[in-house]
Design a protein around this ligand. Structure first.
Ligand code: ADQ
Length: 498
């Protein structure tokens, strides 16, 4: 039995990266779990549903037999299969680092001065999107639902339509959609918008993003009629209907809440606290990225230490930065700037027995990440702009209720949902962020408990399963229960053969 002969409709998830990264360690090919928001969000959804995940495995060098063996091994117990899309070195440079991460990523985060609009990047984007479409066509059948993710793959739907796809297809944008004036700077603004109109359902994180998209549609394609209101609205495109909705992504709340109470996590959290006696610990956890506002955050912390000397010895900022996209010059420059600032601030304020900033530049294990969420009283999450920001939600799920505070940028997508419990700040306003740090540190247990109670309720109610269900209902009038977990998961034959 293989994917094409099993009965039932399947969920086919398509993203740039697969949820595992294949790499060579000491001359041996192996795989490690992928990191980042998309993988954390989707892995629990697809687990044990017998669906397919299509994406790039993170290497161009492994031979096909080794690669497919490793991908089968990686999903041996996960209950879905992985199909690789091959990217060569030129694709990596011009599609991934180029169009995706030097054009769309900065532009869609309102940082057009960081963009490099090299014409060859657009050709590479279309070439690679077509290749993804080819792999999808080879691995799907009409009843499947094809769910394409994120800014790397916006044109895949158009390629599939051109190849006569019969299955329905939805697209979810994990990052923000920019305001009209910024979108209009894109040299390929017309064809890209046209490509997005080819899906059956388009999903955005927030009303802000959907409003921006609709303003672009109204200007660029004024002949299209937009109707309806509420979570999902409709655009008539020829004889088709395109539905456009807002679906704020959530997390697997129960998994984080349970995981944070595991013995190893509690022990590690206690150790972290014992190393910092009598301190209120602020925590930042981010991928290395200029959109996450890490340098502005350090400046705000410096400002707080300058203006509120009573914080000295009483507070420490632990900043975890997970390595990401270091081959792009802007990211490398950011790393150097962060390290310079940490050195400067620690040099300025450190006293015997107290170092103000603990800076960690590496990927943490799940246990360590949960232990940091549990041990730190105050999360300081101040992106300059962010589609959602899952770290904010994970912190709420994993932290004890009676003792924690969330400081959150008003420009994170999560701010719309979490505004009642979090302390919202403008990350560009270092004085305001400094005052909010001071306010969080001096906040009493009653207010902390009331705020965190609201936050937890929201994150629990609108979790990742709610998100998937609301997207699937809008797309195909089904929810996750229509893609049931088999009572006993039977591995595919190719999995058994390993
Ligand atoms: P990201 O920009 O990657 O996601 P975010 O939403 O904060 O940002 O997700 C980061 C994820 O990485 C979290 O789930 C976190 O647990 C995980 N992580 C953190 N440290 C880790 C570590 N050391 N090792 C492994 N994983 C680690 C993009 C958008 C966001 C949007 C998400 C989901 O930029 O705005 O919220 O997609 O839609």
């Amino acid at each position: 039995m293989n994917d094409m002969t099993q009965g039932g409709d399947r969920l086919v998830v398509v993203s740039n990266r697969l949820p595992v990264v294949v790499k060579q360690v000491d001359g041996q090919w192996t795989f490690i779990p992928g990191s980042g928001g998309l993988v954390s969000a989707l892995a629990p959804v697809l687990r044990n549903r017998g669906g397919i995940w299509i994406g790039w495995p993170g290497t161009s060098d492994a031979d096909p037999a080794t690669l497919s063996g490793l991908l089968r091994e990686a999903t041996r117990h996960s209950g879905y299969s992985l199909k690789p899309v091959a990217l060569d070195q030129r694709d990596k440079e011009d599609f991934y680092y180029g169009f995706a991460n030097e054009v769309i990523w900065p532009l869609f985060h309102d940082l057009q001065s960081h963009c490099n609009f090299a014409p060859r990047y657009w050709d590479a984007y279309n070439r690679v999107n077509r290749r993804f479409a080819d792999v999808i066509m080879q691995n799907t059948r009409p009843g499947d639902f094809i769910w394409i993710h994120d800014y790397h793959l916006m044109s895949v739907g158009q390629e599939l339509r051109a190849q006569g796809i019969a299955a329905r297809m939805g697209f979810f944008l994990h990052i923000p959609f920019p305001p009209l004036d910024i979108y209009m700077k894109l040299p390929w603004r017309f064809p890209l918008l046209r490509a997005l109109l080819e899906y059956d359902l388009l999903g955005f994180q927030t009303l802000r993003d959907r409003r921006n998209f609709l303003q672009c549609v109204r200007l660029i394609a004024p002949d299209l009629s937009v109707s309806g209101k509420g979570q999902v609205i409709t655009i008539r495109v020829g004889n088709r209907e395109l539905r456009v909705g807002t679906f704020p992504i959530g997390i697997d709340y129960q998994e984080f809440a349970r995981g944070s109470k595991a013995e190893a996590v509690v022990r590690k959290a206690r150790e972290l606290h014992e190393d910092l006696p009598g301190r209120q610990v602020l925590l930042g956890v981010d991928r290395l990225d200029y959109t996450k506002g890490i340098c502005h955050r350090f400046e705000a912390f410096r400002n707080a230490l300058q203006r509120f000397p009573e914080l000295h010895h009483r507070t420490t900022l632990i900043q975890v930065v997970v390595p990401s996209r270091e081959d792009i010059p802007k990211y490398n420059a950011l790393k150097m700037e962060m390290e310079r600032l940490v050195g400067e601030i620690n040099g300025q304020f450190t006293q015997s027995g107290w170092v103000p900033i603990h800076y960690i530049f590496r990927s943490l294990s799940r246990t360590e990440l949960l232990a940091y969420y549990r041990a730190c009283e105050i999360a300081l999450i101040t992106p300059l702009k962010d589609g959602m920001n899952l770290v904010a939600k994970e912190f709420c799920a994993a932290t004890p209720e009676n003792n924690s505070v969330l400081i959150l940028s008003e420009f994170a997508g999560a701010a719309a949902q979490l505004q009642k419990g979090a302390l919202l700040v403008n990350p560009y306003n270092v004085e305001e962020v400094a005052e909010t740090i001071q306010r969080a540190i001096t906040m009493g247990p009653g207010e902390r408990r009331a705020r965190m109670h609201k936050l937890k309720r929201f994150v629990r109610e609108y979790d990742i399963f709610w998100w998937v269900d609301s997207f699937l209902r809008a797309a195909i009038a089904k929810d996750l229960s229509n893609f049931p977990v088999p009572e006993e998961y039977v591995p595919h034959m190719e999995t058994i053969s390993l």
